[in-house]
Design a binder for this molecule. Structure first.
Ligand code: NIG
Ligand code: FE
Length: 420
C-alpha cells in the first residue's frame, strides 16, 4: 500500500539522519515541519517535506497510485514505543488496589501472597488461547492510543511450564498483531512461596532449567530480573544475567524501585539495554550510567499508581543522560498502557518539556527495545508506524490535554488500521 498524507499541520519528530538515542540537553530539541507531507510505500517511510516542495511536478509524478489522506488541521507523530510492559496476564487485581487505598504498601501486599504471586497462581490455570485473546484486546487498546511497538515480559509464571506458556503466548502475539513486539523472560520477577526459605534454589531453577529451555525454543529477546529489596539480590541478579548472557540474552532490569538496590550498577556491568523504574537514583547510579550503553527508563504510571517518590528525571537529563519513559502496563502497579498519559506525566510529574517527553516516549524507548534503527522517529527508510491526531492547536497540546485520546488514525507497517 502507498500512502500520501498531505496538508499536515505539523509533522513531529522528523530526522534527516537516524540517531539511535537522544541524551542530555539534546532531549530538548525536537525537529518538526509545518505544512508538511509524508510519503509511505510498502510499509516504509519514503519521503517527507514541506507541501510547497511536493507541489513541484517531479514529486507529483512520483506519487501516482498513492492513497491520499488530507490531514488539514491535524498532526502526524511517530507511533509511541512502549519498552516495558507486562500486558500478558490472567486477571485484573482491583481488590489489591482497594487494600492499597486503605494504606497497605506494595511490599506488604506482596508479603501476604498478593501481588505478583496472586497473578502467578491464576496463571497456572489459564489456557494459552485465553491469554492470547485478552492480550490481543489490550494490544488493540494501546494501538488506538498511539503505541506502535511494545515489549512484553513473562514473569507471572514462576514455574518452568508457566513461564514457557507466557513466552509462547508472546510469540503468537508477534505474528497475530500489527504492533512490533519484543519478548523478555522475567522468571526472576518474584520468589514463589515454596522457595521463601531458600530463594537460591529458585535462582538455580531459573539458571539450570528455565533459561536453557527458553533459549532452546528461541522464546525471548531479552532477560529481566526484579533486583530490589525483598525480591532478588545483586548476587542473584549477577548469576542470572551471567547465565542469560551465555545464551545471548541481553538484560533489561527492574532496578531501584524500592531502594538503592545496586540494580543499576549490576545492569550496567552486564551491558543491559535498559534499567527500569529508578525511583532510587542518586549520584552513584548516575555516574554508573554515564558513558554506558544502558538506557535509564522511568515508569511514571507505576510511581503514580503506587504513590511513590518520583525518579529524578531532571537531574538525570541535566547530568547528560538519556531518559526513556514507558508504561509498565500490568495489573498490579500500572493498569494502563496509555502512552499519551505517560507523556503528560513526563511533564506534570517529572518536569520534562513536551520536546523532552516526546523524545523519551519515541526514540529513546525505541532504543530500549533495540529498535531505534527502524522505529521511533519520522525518518526515510524507517518503518511506517505513525499516527494522525485529531485537529489540535500545537504539539504541546498532546501532553497538556491529558486524559483523552487525541489519536484519530493509526498507520502501522504502512497499513491504515481499523480502530473498531
Ligand atoms: O514493574 N516491579 C515489579 N514488577 C511490576 C509489577 C508487577 C505486578 O505487581 O504485577 C512492575 O511494577
Ligand atoms: Fe515492570
Amino acid at each position: 500500500m502507498n500512502i500520501l498524507i498531505k496538508n499536515i499541520k505539523e509533522l513531529v519528530q522528523v530526522e534527516r539522519e537516524a540517531r539511535i538515542k537522544v541524551s542530555g540537553h539534546e532531549m530538548a530539541n525536537l525537529e518538526t515541519i509545518k505544512d508538511a507531507y509524508l510519503l509511505i510505500s510498502d510499509g516504509i517511510i519514503v519521503g517527507f517535506g514541506k507541501m510547497e516542495e511536493l507541489q513541484n511536478t517531479a514529486k507529483a509524478n512520483e506519487i501516482v497510485g498513492f492513497e491520499v489522506i488530507d490531514a488539514t488541521g491535524k498532526m502526524v507523530f511517530p507511533s509511541f514505543c512502549d519498552s516495558h510492559t507486562h500486558l500478558v496476564y490472567p486477571a485484573s487485581r482491583e481488590i489489591e488496589y482497594i487494600d492499597k487505598i486503605k494504606g497497605l504498601s506494595y511490599e506488604e501486599i506482596a508479603k501476604r501472597g498478593g501481588g505478583i504471586l496472586n497473578s502467578a497462581m491464576k496463571m497456572q490455570e489459564i489456557s494459552e488461547d485465553e491469554l492470547v485473546e485478552s492480550a490481543l484486546q489490550r494490544l488493540n487498546e494501546i494501538m488506538k492510543m498511539g503505541t506502535g511497538a511494545v515489549e512484553i515480559k513473562s514473569g507471572y509464571g514462576l514455574t518452568t511450564d508457566s513461564e514457557l506458556k507466557m513466552l509462547r503466548v508472546i510469540k503468537r502475539l508477534k505474528s497475530l498483531s500489527p504492533l512490533t513486539i519484543k519478548a523478555t523472560f522475567l522468571g526472576a520477577h518474584a520468589i514463589p512461596a515454596q522457595y521463601k526459605s531458600d530463594p537460591t534454589e529458585y535462582v538455580d531453577l531459573i539458571i539450570n532449567e528455565m533459561i536453557p529451555q527458553v533459549a532452546s525454543e528461541d522464546l525471548a529477546d531479552y532477560i529481566d530480573v526484579f533486583c530490589d529489596r525483598g525480591f532478588f539480590t545483586v548476587d542473584d541478579t549477577d548469576r542470572i544475567l551471567n547465565a542469560g548472557m551465555k545464551y545471548g540474552l541481553r538484560p533489561k532490569i527492574h532496578a531501584n524501585e524500592l531502594d538503592y538496590s545496586g540494580g543499576v550498577q549490576v545492569g550496567v556491568k552486564y551491558n543491559a539495554l535498559s534499567v527500569d523504574h529508578l525511583e532510587y537514583t542518586g549520584d552513584a547510579e548516575i555516574q554508573a550510567l554515564l558513558g554506558s550503553d544502558t538506557m535509564p527508563t522511568i515508569l511514571p504510571g507505576a510511581a503514580f499508581f503506587l504513590n511513590m517518590v518520583y525518579a529524578p528525571a531532571r537531574k538525570m537529563i541535566d547530568a547528560g543522560l538519556p531518559v526513556a519513559m514507558a508504561s509498565d502496563f500490568n495489573p498490579g502497579s500500572s493498569p494502563s498502557g496509555n502512552m499519551q498519559l505517560i507523556l503528560s506525566m513526563a511533564s506534570i510529574l517529572y518536569k520534562l518539556t513536551p520536546e523532552e517527553g516526546i523524545n523519551a516516549t519515541t526514540i529513546n524507548t525505541a532504543y530500549a527495545m533495540d529498535l531505534s534503527e527502524e522505529l521511533g522517529s519520522i525518518c526515510v527508510g524507517k518503518k511506517a508506524n505513525v499516527f494522525i491526531t485529531c485537529p489540535i492547536p500545537s504539539y504541546q497540546f498532546m501532553p497538556y490535554y491529558y486524559g483523552s485520546n487525541k489519536v484519530e488514525t493509526v498507520i502501522l507497517n504502512g497499513e491504515i488500521q481499523s480502530l473498531s
